[in-house]
Design a protein around this ligand. Structure first.
Ligand SMILES: Nc1nc2c(c(=O)[nH]1)N[C@H]1C(S)=C(S)[C@@H](COP(=O)(O)OP(=O)(O)OC[C@H]3O[C@@H](n4cnc5c(N)ncnc54)[C@H](O)[C@@H]3O)O[C@H]1N2
Ligand code: MOO
Length: 417
């Protein structure tokens, strides 16, 4: 059906959120998960607590290049009256179990090497007569200048994390430092929330791919990759991308394939009042599950939402700025929730560096470029074809429906792109 009621941004946002609520709930319940190797885990959301299978450190080892000793053997040592110990062993950081340290002896030990049984402290080489291993050949005896307490410079097994402790809690958005912790526990792969699968369909017979040669009347498809990467940045997986012309039968076939492969179908173009509105024609027929409406905002006014073959579908307008603004306003946050990602507040205030005029009754989302002094310039105009100007923007300047004029210096709300 083709209802023309104009609804507010908030109402449409609520309807999109409701449409995607089952996906969000499935993510919350961790219904679909993947196991990914650490090298592929950046930005993924941990599904379940990751419990340390082994302790870290894995074994008791030295924190310094120096000498493993019994603290009792170096009590009272000083440069004037050093504790002289026979060097009984050499322990590099290498595979193997070092021999037990006999009382009254020391073992040359390197950082990370296992501290031998019988030793309870490490004396850094700087605190011995040698001063440095680099400068001196191995000797039979060491003169220790500084006393050490039991435990000094010894890294105990499990002092960082014990086996069985939670290493990373459920919901962690995996960053390199989390992956370091997992790897240190010998974990090679982690369970993560599965990404919502999204199909991205560009419509319009005039479209050719970037890199192709446009004929007369043709334009480059500025939406497929831009919406696809927006989906990926929000935690989604683009499982199908297609450029569809204006042929309804062909579009219906692609839609069916997309609905079968994806959790969400996203289209751009073909939703306004023209003669070849393939999205509206195919999805807006009587009995179809998609509602088309006009949202009281600019750009991004013409919107549709519903289901196709049981799969949620959102139809964005085709103008490239409209498509990006639609994503930012309606889909980014619900998709992030469906990917298990935590909420991020992208709305902040800024001071206008340019005056703004806006039509009454229409919420406008102008493109803005933030400046280091906290002000924001309006870049490009209101036109939703100004995609190159949008590339200079980092925020949307949110002009409420009842504002018709803003002076330079007005404090306004902006939304990060
Ligand atoms: N009589 C009316 N005409 C229009 C209305 C209206 O209410 N009455 N609304 C205007 C608004 S607002 C918008 S937004 C657009 C929406 O148009 P569609 O979503 O139907 O998109 P198309 O007609 O297919 O294309 C519009 C425009 O955008 C270009 N386009 C489309 N897809 C892409 C793409 N993937 N890459 C680059 N450019 C694309 C297309 O060539 C057109 O120039 O309708 C207004 N018209
Ligand atoms: O709503 Mo259209 O997106 O103004 O340009």
């Amino acid at each position: 059906m083709a209802a023309r009621a104009r609804v507010s941004v908030d109402e449409h946002r609520a309807d999109v959120a409701a449409l995607l609520a089952p996906l969000v709930e499935a993510a919350r319940r961790r219904e679909r998960t993947d196991v990914v190797v650490l090298a592929e885990a950046l930005g993924r959301v941990l599904a379940g607590d990751l419990v340390a299978p082994v302790p870290v450190p894995l074994f008791r080892n030295s924190q310094m290049d120096g000498y493993a000793v019994r603290a009792a053997d170096v009590a009272g040592a000083s440069p004037e009256a050093p504790a002289r110990l026979a060097v009984a062993a050499e322990i590099p950081a290498a595979p193997g179990v070092p021999p037990r340290l006999a009382p009254g002896t020391a073992a040359r030990i390197m950082t990370g090497a296992p501290v031998p049984e019988g030793a309870d402290a490490v004396v850094p080489v700087e605190d011995t007569a040698a001063g440095s291993f680099a400068a001196t050949p191995a000797a039979d005896e060491v003169a220790v200048h500084v006393p050490r307490a039991p435990g000094d410079f010894v890294r105990d097994a499990g002092s960082d994390v014990r086996a069985g402790d939670v290493l990373l809690p459920d919901g962690t958005v995996l960053a390199p430092h989390h992956l370091a912790a997992a790897a240190a526990c010998g974990v090679g792969g982690v369970p993560v929330v599965a990404r919502p699968r999204v199909a991205v369909l560009s419509t319009g017979s005039e479209l050719v791919g970037p890199g192709d040669v446009p004929g007369p009347g043709q334009v480059f498809d500025a939406n497929a990759d831009a919406l696809g990467t927006a989906v990926r940045r929000a935690g989604g997986d683009v499982v199908l991308t297609a450029r569809c012309g204006d042929d309804p039968a062909r579009f219906a076939a692609v839609l069916a394939e997309a609905a079968g492969a994806a959790d969400l179908v996203l289209t751009s173009g073909g939703v306004s009042q023209g003669a070849y509105e393939v999205v509206k024609d195919v999805l807006g027929g009587a009995g179809a599950g998609v509602k088309f409406r006009s949202v009281a905002m600019q750009p991004g006014g013409p919107q549709g939402f519903g289901t196709v073959h049981g799969t949620p579908v959102l139809t964005f307008p085709g103008n490239p700025v409209s498509a990006q603004v639609s994503f930012a306003m309606f889909l980014r946050e619900p998709l992030e929730r469906a990917a298990g990602l935590p909420a991020v507040d992208r709305v902040r205030t800024a001071v206008l560096a340019d005056a703004v005029v806006s039509p009454a009754g229409r919420r406008q989302l102008l493109r803005g470029a933030s400046r280091p002094d906290g002000t924001v310039r309006v870049v490009g105009g209101a036109g939703s074809h100004l995609v190159a100007s949008m590339a200079r923007a980092d925020v949307l300047v949110d002009v409420p429906a009842d504002v018709t004029e803003w002076a330079v210096g007005t404090e306004v709300e902006v939304r990060e792109l």
